[in-house]
Design a protein around this ligand. Structure first.
Ligand SMILES: Nc1ncnc2c1ncn2[C@@H]1O[C@H](COP(=O)(O)OP(=O)(O)O)[C@@H](O)[C@H]1O
Ligand SMILES: [Mg+2]
Length: 266
C-alpha cells in the first residue's frame, strides 16, 4: 500500500480504476521557469487509456521539461498533474514509478560494465516488485528480466556488457529497463534519435507490438517525423513552452502555425 496525499492507493486499486477511467493522466495548466527562462507556460492536456500520444516541437520547446514535471524530477511552479484521479503533483520519481509511471531518458545511461540482464535486474530490485504480496526471489526476478529482454528483442545480448551494445541495442535496453517495472503509462523521450531509417521502422513496429501486448498508454516525444506520424493516435505541438496545436497527426502536420514553427524549418 502506498499513501497518496491523504488517500491510500494500492497497485491493485489502480488496475480497477484504469479500466473505468476516461483518462490516465491529466496535465493541468503547468508552468515551469528556470531563472528568467519560462520553459513551460500553462500547458494542459490529457491522455486516454491505451492511447498513443505524440509530442513534437522544436529544440528547447519544453518537451523534456514536461516529462520531468510529470515524472517528479521537477516540481512545477504552478499547475497540477492528476494520475488515475489522484493528484500526484510534486511526488518523487521512485514513488511514481511504483504507481506505474515510467519514462526513458533522452540520453540513456546504463551501467556500462554490467551486462544487459544485470542492468534490467538492478531496476527490478529497486522497484521492490512483489508477487502475491511477497518479495520476489532472485530467480523469479531473473525470469522477469529475461521476459522483458525477449520482448524488446535483446535476449541474444543478455550477457553482453552495456558498453558493447550498438545504439539501437542501448535504446532497447533502456526500454527493457522501464518495461520491467510493468508500467501503466510509458513516457518515451526521443527513443529514435540516432537510428537509421530502417531501424526507425523496426522500432516503431516493436513499440506498437509491446503497447498492444502490455495494454500500455504511451506518450512519445520524437523528432523523427516518420516515427511519430505512424505511431501516434493524436499529436500535440509545443512551441516556446506553449501548446500551439493538438489533433490527428495528419491534420496537425498540415496546420500552418505548426509548419511555420517546426516542420518548415526541417
Ligand atoms: N534544469 C534546467 N536548468 C535550466 N534550464 C533548463 C533546464 N532544463 C531545461 N532548461 C531550458 O528549458 C528550455 C526547455 O528545455 P527542454 O525541456 O529540454 O526542451 P526540449 O526537450 O523541447 O528540447 C530550454 O531553453 C532549456 O535550455
Ligand atoms: Mg528534450
Amino acid at each position: 500500500m502506498i499513501g497518496l496525499g491523504g488517500s491510500i492507493l494500492a497497485l491493485r486499486d489502480l488496475k480497477v480504476s484504469l479500466s473505468s477511467m476516461d483518462r490516465v493522466i491529466s496535465v493541468e495548466n503547468i508552468y515551469k521557469s528556470f531563472g528568467g527562462l519560462k520553459a513551460l507556460k500553462g500547458v494542459s492536456f490529457s491522455v486516454k487509456p491505451r492511447e498513443a500520444l505524440g509530442i513534437i516541437g522544436p529544440n528547447g520547446a519544453g518537451k523534456t521539461t514536461l516529462f520531468n514535471v510529470i515524472t517528479g524530477f521537477l516540481r512545477p511552479d504552478r499547475g497540477k498533474i492528476v494520475y488515475l484521479g489522484h493528484d500526484i503533483t510534486g511526488k518523487k520519481p521512485h514513488y511514481l514509478s511504483k504507481l506505474g509511471i515510467a519514462r526513458t531518458f533522452q540520453i540513456a545511461k546504463p551501467f556500462e560494465d554490467m551486462t544487459a540482464i544485470e542492468n534490467v535486474l538492478i531496476g527490478l530490485l529497486f522497484s521492490k516488485k512483489r508477487k502475491n504480496g511477497f518479495r520476489m526471489s532472485i530467480g523469479e526476478l531473473k525470469k522477469e528480466a529475461i521476459n522483458v529482454l525477449e520482448a524488446v528483442g535483446l535476449y541474444y545480448k543478455r550477457n553482453s556488457p552495456a558498453h558493447q551494445l550498438t545504439v539501437v541495442e542501448r535504446k532497447r535496453l533502456e526500454l527493457a529497463r522501464v518495461l520491467a517495472i510493468e508500467p501503466k503509462i510509458l513516457l518515451l523521450d526521443e527513443v529514435m534519435a540516432g537510428l537509421s531509417s530502417q531501424e526507425v521502422e523496426w522500432e516503431v513496429s516493436l513499440l506498437k507490438k509491446i503497447k498492444e501486448e502490455k495494454e500500455l498508454t504511451v506518450v512519445m516525444i520524437e523528432h523523427v517525423m516518420k516515427a511519430i506520424m505512424s505511431f501516434s493516435d493524436r499529436l500535440i505541438v509545443l512551441h516556446y513552452g506553449e501548446k500551439i496545436a493538438e489533433g490527428k497527426p495528419e491534420e496537425v502536420a498540415k496546420n500552418p502555425e505548426v509548419v511555420e514553427a517546426y516542420l518548415g524549418g526541417d
